[in-house]
Design a protein around this ligand. Structure first.
Ligand code: TIU
Length: 222
């Protein structure tokens, strides 16, 4: 076991690459490109693009270091029997989940909008976890994948900071994983929610985990 120290808030965290996974949350066209779910909810999708390059930096470092990389995607089956009406009917979006859009049916598996953006396309052999909810552990086999590989620590990137990244980190923390959010590799439609979302993770001595940045994470894995 090799241990490396990763600079983070609220204090540096020792990392064993052999028991560490990179989890990239929902870097899908539906959230990052015009015409998808994020825009249908009334959001400026351009707010998320700053997370792409930092995500790529960490992804390349993780691949070079040989650590497990897991990608997640939020979405529903074409029949939508897994889409709770309470989720589908929420708010006043310009298009609802399952409606046709320029990238296919909104947030539906198999449609172009559901794909991960090309810049962060999964490599062969990297697990892609399809999730119906905001958290990546709910109704998925993520916990089984991580435990099977002996993973204890998660580096977490993706979108959006205060929604799917936060929910996943909270779920993981309760399951006993050490979570490190890679702050600049996360993004929100609301800069203030991004800032406060990260602060909420590392506050109180790291109540949900740690926060680092892409340069520190990539440097530690090099
Ligand atoms: N709306 C929003 O901020 N996020 C989501 O609906 N899903 C994810 O965060 N992936």
């Amino acid at each position: 076991m090799t241990t490396i120290e990763l600079a983070a808030d609220p204090y540096p965290i020792p990392i064993d690459p052999g028991s560490t996974a990179l989890v990239i949350i929902d870097m899908q066209r539906d959230f990052l490109e015009p015409g998808g779910f994020g825009e249908a909810l009334g959001n400026d999708v351009g707010q998320l693009r700053g997370a792409i390059a930092p995500c790529r930096t960490v992804l390349e470092a993780a691949r070079a270091a040989g650590i497990l990389v897991v990608h997640t995607r939020e979405g529903h089956a074409p029949h939508m029997a897994d889409a709770p009406p309470a989720k589908v009917s929420r708010g006043k979006p310009s298009a609802r989940i399952g409606d046709p859009g320029p990238m296919g049916r909104i947030l539906i598996r198999g449609e172009p909008g559901h794909d991960i953006i090309p810049e962060l396309a999964p490599a062969a052999g990297e697990p892609v976890v399809d999730k119906p909810g905001k958290g990546a552990f709910f109704a998925t086999d993520l916990d089984l994948i991580l435990r099977t590989r002996g993973i204890a620590t998660l580096l977490v990137c993706g979108v959006t900071t205060e929604v799917c990244v936060h929910t996943t980190i909270r779920e993981a923390n309760d399951r006993g994983y050490r979570c490190v959010a890679v702050g600049d590799a996360c993004g929100s439609y609301f800069p203030e929610f991004h800032r406060v979302g990260l602060a909420m993770i590392s506050a109180q001595g790291g109540i949900f985990g740690w926060v680092t940045d892409s340069a520190a994470a990539a440097g530690a894995l090099a």
